[in-house]
Design a protein around this ligand. Structure first.
Ligand code: FCB
Length: 452
């Protein structure tokens, strides 16, 4: 059990005056994790079928009801306003907008239309992510991201959503975390569709990048702008001297594959060494589309990873090691300086002065309501440490324009179900009652200092 210490109320989590006046503070969510997939005529997604398969999700939980945000969105947006946030990052569910992957569900589009109006009505800036993993099951039946046709279907979906709400959103990301969509889901099998197949992986890793590039091209042609992507980065380090080659291989697969293809139109050689034989035919011809210029880059950062070579394993022959630093409820080491390092590396090696936004950063903790509140002091120091790291990157010249905490609400944490709590607002999954945690109040004190 966690030790519930009351936070010191006289210690600010951060000082807003240390950030530029137009720096955006927000909180993030994703459709499948909060909305309730059973509501509003949404079709089944591959997360519904993955969760319905024994052994894939802790306690066989799923996103059918989640936080019931589909019905409670107005109250949830009120919380963001009350916290003094500038912006809200949300995603559109493909399976809600197009239950079979192609045919429009008017209720689905109407929902996001109302949501965006609700965000704007509260003076918040809408940050849209078009795809945060809820692939319609009908497209999964046809091979999902292994099938090149899904790329074209995604571009259609992107255009449909943007034609409805694109003009009202501040920034749009095509895809959330292509590494999770491809490697984690097709090589490690931890996320839907739960494959462990290198050929499927190579195809998914290429098609997800192509889906991004093709959507950007289509959306630009249709007159939309402020387009980007959200990539997740881990600070990958060799566990010991002599393991640098393994770390470089791991970095190529987890980080460089995704940013280098967009920024430079090439894939890193250390990754191609193993993936090239499994790539779809003529993949090289797609590289200019993948490298279509973007307007901003979203960076998700949580932790570092210590790796070494794994003797006697097939390529890429990498293993992860338990690190010595304090860990979150996910078992992820808390390593704030990794955020500074990655942001400066992105600017130096890939994107230069392109605006960057931290689109996710946060920690899971075993939070519970005790007496009169939820006292998540550990989360307050996590946020404070990572914001200091973000500031250090800005002082070093990085054009960082915003920071979104993951997540507004405790929610369906994918394969971990509802047990891992990332929210600054506690959710009771029996009653669905929302209770702002101490970290929420700490944000509020920093963002609206004169408002008690
Ligand atoms: C990221 C996901 C997000 C959430 C956090 C903890 O990889 O984008 O949906 O699960 O991790």
């Amino acid at each position: 059990m966690t030790n519930f210490t009351r936070p010191k109320t006289d210690t600010a989590m951060f000082n807003r005056a240390d950030f530029p006046t137009d720096f955006t503070f927000g909180a993030a969510t994703a459709a499948y994790q909060i909305e309730g997939a059973q509501f509003g005529g949404a079709g089944p997604s591959h997360w519904d079928t993955f969760a319905a398969t024994p052994g894939n999700v802790v306690r066989a939980e799923d996103g059918a009801r989640a936080c019931d945000h589909y019905h409670r969105w107005a109250g949830d947006l009120d919380l963001l306003k009350e916290g003094g946030f500038d912006a809200y990052r949300f995603s559109t569910s493909w399976a809600r907008v197009m239950p079979d992957g192609v045919t429009i569900n008017p209720d689905g589009l109407d929902f996001y239309d109302r949501l965006v109006d609700g965000i704007l009505a509260r003076g918040l800036a809408p940050y849209l992510t078009l795809y945060h993993w809820d692939l319609p099951a009908a497209l999964a039946d046809k091979g999902g991201w292994v099938n090149r046709d899904t790329v074209l279907r995604f571009a259609d979906f992107a255009e449909t959503v943007m034609d409805r709400i694109g003009e009202r959103v501040s920034r749009t990301a095509t895809i959330n975390e292509p590494w999770c969509v491809s490697w984690l889901s097709h090589f490690e099998g931890h996320h839907a569709p739960g494959l462990r197949d290198i050929r499927a992986t190579a195809r998914a890793m290429h098609h997800i990048q192509l889906a991004h590039g093709m959507a950007v091209t289509r959306l630009r042609d249709a007159g939309h702008d402020r387009l980007g992507i959200v990539l997740n980065f881990a600070d990958i380090q060799p566990v010991a001297a002599g393991q640098e080659a393994a770390a470089a291989r791991a970095d190529a697969l987890a980080n460089a594959w995704f940013i280098q293809s967009i920024a430079q139109g090439t894939y890193p050689q250390e990754a191609l060494d193993g993936l090239a034989p499994h790539m779809p035919e003529y993949w090289q011809d797609d590289m200019p589309v993948i490298a279509t210029p973007i307007d901003w880059l979203g960076v998700n950062y949580y932790t570092r990873e210590l790796v070494s070579a794994q003797p006697d394993a097939a390529w890429p022959a990498i293993q992860s090691h338990d690190g010595p630093l304090p860990k979150t409820q996910m078992g992820w080491e808390i390593h704030a300086d990794g955020l500074r390092g990655l942001l400066t590396r992105m600017a130096r090696d890939y994107v230069g002065d392109l605006p960057m936004i931290v689109t996710e950063n946060g920690m899971a903790w075993d939070d519970h309501i005790v007496a009169d509140g939820v006292y998540d002091t550990e989360r307050i120091s996590y946020i404070s440490g990572h914001l200091a790291a973000a500031r250090a990157a800005m002082e070093a010249g990085v054009n960082l324009q915003g920071f979104f905490y993951w997540s507004l609400l405790d929610n369906f944490e994918w394969a971990f179900g509802y047990e891992k709590r990332f929210g600054i607002v506690h959710v009771d999954f029996e009653t669905l009652e929302r209770t702002p945690k101490a970290s929420f109040h700490a944000f509020k004190a920093c963002l609206r200092p004169n408002d008690g």
